[in-house]
Design a protein around this ligand. Structure first.
Ligand code: FES
Length: 137
C-alpha cells in the first residue's frame, strides 16, 4: 500500500525530513539535537550556526569565556564526525588552537566552526572543559 504524492512543479516540498536537517551529537553526554540548516536562532555568541551557537540553542554546556570571539580556547572541541560539513579553519582560529590543551588533529574552536551543510556531526567536549561546568558564579 504505497501512497502516491503528486508534486507540482516548482512547489517546494518540506516533506522529507533530513534533507535540510543538521544533526549534532555532543559527546560524552551523548545528547543529539536536530535543527533545520540555516534556521537556527542566533544566540549572540560565536559565529552564527557555529557549534557553540548550536550548544547554546539546546542547553548543552560549552564554555565560551571570551563570548565567542576567538580570543580564548575554552570552547575547544574535537570533531569526531562530519568535519566536511564544517567551515574551514582560518588563521586566527589556528593560532588560538595552538594554545589549547589536548590539541588533536580534529580540534576546533566551537565558536568558529560553522556548520555549512546539512548532515550529521559528532563532537566531543574535552573533559577539562566539562569540568568548568559546576561553578558559574
Ligand atoms: S569562546 Fe573564546 S575562542 Fe571560542
Amino acid at each position: 500500500m504505497s501512497e502516491t504524492k503528486t508534486q507540482g512543479s516548482g512547489a517546494a516540498t518540506v516533506d522529507a525530513p533530513g534533507e535540510n536537517t543538521v544533526e549534532v551529537t555532543f559527546l560524552p553526554e551523548g545528547k543529539t539535537v536536530t535543527f533545520e540548516h540555516g534556521k537556527l536562532p542566533y544566540k549572540d555568541h560565536g559565529k552564527e550556526e557555529s557549534l557553540l551557537d548550536v550548544a547554546l540553542n539546546f542547553g548543552v554546556h560549552l564554555d565560551h569565556a571570551c563570548g565567542g570571539n576567538c580570543a580564548c580556547t575554552t570552547c575547544h572541541i574535537w570533531v569526531k564526525e562530519g568535519a566536511e560539513l564544517i567551515s574551514e579553519m582560518d588563521d586566527d582560529e589556528a593560532d588560538k588552537l595552538d594554545m589549547a590543551a589536548d590539541l588533536q588533529l580534529n580540534s576546533r574552536l566551537g565558536c568558529q566552526a560553522v556548520i555549512n551543510k546539512p548532515g550529521k556531526v559528532v563532537v566531543e567536549i574535552p573533559a577539562w572543559n566539562r569540568n568548568y561546568v559546576s561553578e558559574t558564579h
